[in-house]
Design a protein around this ligand. Structure first.
Ligand code: G4P
Length: 530
């Protein structure tokens, strides 16, 4: 199903998406089943075994020891039927970070996983709101239906009300908890029965001819069937019908009910992503939008992961291909520096293995190993000066000073901090007075993670300590006005890792005062990466 017949078939069959969920809803399990059905892994359990679920600090650290693996989990490609799926991982730890936001700039759709007993939880809601900012189409999977779950109407109502989106059932569960036997596939008129005995067995799927088909009685007990029929009649009356256009516009979400751990409902969801999810979408850029079907290749960096191998200090830049057909060895222009780069060893992430990417089409995610040239927000093209827009950087909510345990190592510390800043793992500010750095993050866990990484990757023990500042704002405006402002407020001025001026303070009052006293300068809490 394509709305853009002009797309080359290779592009039209791509679906690039992320999974959004609250920890524990089943993202890892679902990912694993996608990979299993996509033939990318042989056995369920491989993804989890590699510690993809990095919920606690210890999980995170363990995983960081094997960063190659975390990289594989950052983007995964697999095929199912005629489609190529590119699944981009949203960071699993519960600190909401910019990384998460930027990941969502690289996808065309999101799968929202909710726990059937818990409904819409806080992290899901936050992530949903980020998706909404971009009008991303969302497909919903209500998981853990094999356990006691809430009433189906209640779940649907909660999504509609909390997230202000129309919900249309793609399937309907039959029975609850222990009595759950499977689902009616509304879109295909089939009865799918879950196999509780073997978790990796795919459900038995029975073709049905409408709700009055006598086959129902063969498979569903009379009381369950009576209840199901009543519910489905009500659903037909009360809930909107699937409108593929509304799904693509992000105003309606189809919901599938299933059990990831029992492999139930997963294939239907995959087919749903193929049939109702979008093909690679146009990419907003300056001075013009990039269309996926353009012959020339363009792509942008949405994530950088450094020090995968501490001995080599290499980095992988994750690039979302925005247009064209890329082939290995191609020369691309790095628009920011206007330099040419030969992309000779791009990698594609096929589940647990990294493989050389011989080619990539619009919609694909490739990793480009480099020595620091590629930064988040950078655009690569075949020569045209295009700059992808909409990749933001947020002012951090927490600031701390940082010191090397050994004062003689402060140069090393600076280098480490700059690398993390480029990777997007933290904001680093250099106050214009005194020495030292101020590090800003979004969630408190990130300070610990940084300290451990600096020690692990640079052999440098560091101490984070309270800073005299609690907020940072970027300063923008006419150069003279900014210079004048900076000269008059020296004690509050610093620069970020790109050399842009920031205003550091403890008080909202100060920020309000600047707005009043310096109408020619603006203090902002976000800036575009490029
Ligand atoms: P996350 O990545 O979203 O954090 O969730 P994850 O997949 O790790 O799943 C969280 C827990 O929920 C896991 O249990 C997992 O087995 C379980 N789970 C996932 N899908 C289903 C389902 O459909 N039904 C039921 N009943 N449970 C499900 P755990 O006890 O934390 O881990 P494990 O020891 O079972 O692996």
């Amino acid at each position: 199903m394509t709305n853009r017949p002009d797309l080359p078939a290779e592009i039209a069959r791509r679906r690039t998406f992320a999974i959004i969920s609250h920890p524990d809803a089943g993202k890892t399990t679902l990912t694993e089943k996608f990979l299993l059905f996509g033939g990318a892994i042989q056995m369920a359990g491989q993804v989890r075994a590699k510690g993809e679920a990095r919920r606690t600090r210890s999980d995170f650290m363990q995983m960081e020891k094997d960063r190659g693996i975390s990289v594989s989990a950052s983007a995964m490609s697999f095929d199912y039927k005629h489609f190529r799926y590119n699944l981009v991982d949203t960071p699993g730890h519960s600190d909401f970070s910019e990384d998460t936001y930027r990941t969502l700039t690289a996808v065309d759709a999101a799968v929202m996983v909710i726990d059937g007993a818990k409904g819409v939880e806080s992290q899901t809601q936050k992530l949903f709101e980020v998706c909404r900012l971009r009008d991303l189409p969302i497909l919903t999977f209500c998981n853990k239906m094999d356990r006691e779950s809430r009433d189906t109407f209640e779940i649907i109502d909660e999504i509609q009300e909390n997230l202000a989106i129309d919900v249309t059932p793609a399937s309907w569960p039959i029975g609850v908890g222990r009595d759950f036997i499977g689902c009616y596939d509304i879109l295909r008129d089939r009865l799918d029965i879950m196999d509780r005995a073997d978790r990796n067995t795919v459900a038995e799927s029975i073709e049905i001819n409408g709700l009055d088909d006598p086959k129902w009685e063969e498979h569903v007990s009379a009381p369950l069937l009576a209840q199901f029929r009543e519910e489905i009649e009500m659903a037909k009356e009360l809930l909107p019908k699937l409108d593929p256009k509304a799904v693509l516009e992000g105003t309606m979400t189809p919901i599938w009910f299933g059990s990831a751990v029992n492999s139930f409902g997963v294939r239907e969801l995959m087919e749903g992503i193929a049939n109702y999810g979008p093909e690679p979408q146009p990419q907003t850029a300056q001075p013009r939008t990039i269309l996926p079907e353009e012959k020339k290749v363009a792509g942008f960096v949405f994530k950088v992961q450094a020090n995968m191998d501490p001995k080599h200090r290499d980095r992988v830049a994750f690039v979302r291909m925005a247009s064209g057909h890329f082939t290995r060895g191609q020369k691309l222009t790095h628009v920011r520096s206007k330099k040419q780069m030969t992309i000779s060893n791009p990698v594609l992430f096929l589940a647990s293995d990294r493989e050389l990417a011989e080619e990539a089409w619009a919609g694909d995610i490739i990793g480009i190993p480099n020595h620091g040239q590629l930064r988040i927000g950078d655009t690569l093209t075949e020569g045209e000066a295009l700059q992808v827009k909409g990749i933001p950087s947020f002012a951090p909510e927490l600031l701390q000073g940082v010191r090397a345990g050994d004062p003689l190592k402060s140069k090393h510390l600076e280098k480490a901090l700059m690398q993390f800043a480029e990777e997007g793992a933290a904001k680093v500010f250099k106050p214009s007075f005194g020495s030292g750095f101020i590090v800003g993050v979004v969630g408190p866990l990130q300070f610990e993670v940084l300290a451990s990484r600096i020690e692990l990757e640079y052999g440098l023990p560091v101490r984070f300590e309270q800073s005299q500042f609690t907020s940072a704002r970027w300063v923008s405006g006419d150069k003279d006005a900014v210079d004048k402002f900076a000269a008059a407020n020296k004690q509050h001025i610093g620069t970020d890792s790109d050399g842009d001026t920031v205003y550091l303070t403890r008080l909202q009052w100060d920020i309000d005062r600047v707005a009043r006293d310096y109408p020619d300068v603006a203090l902002t809490a976000t800036k575009e990466m490029m």
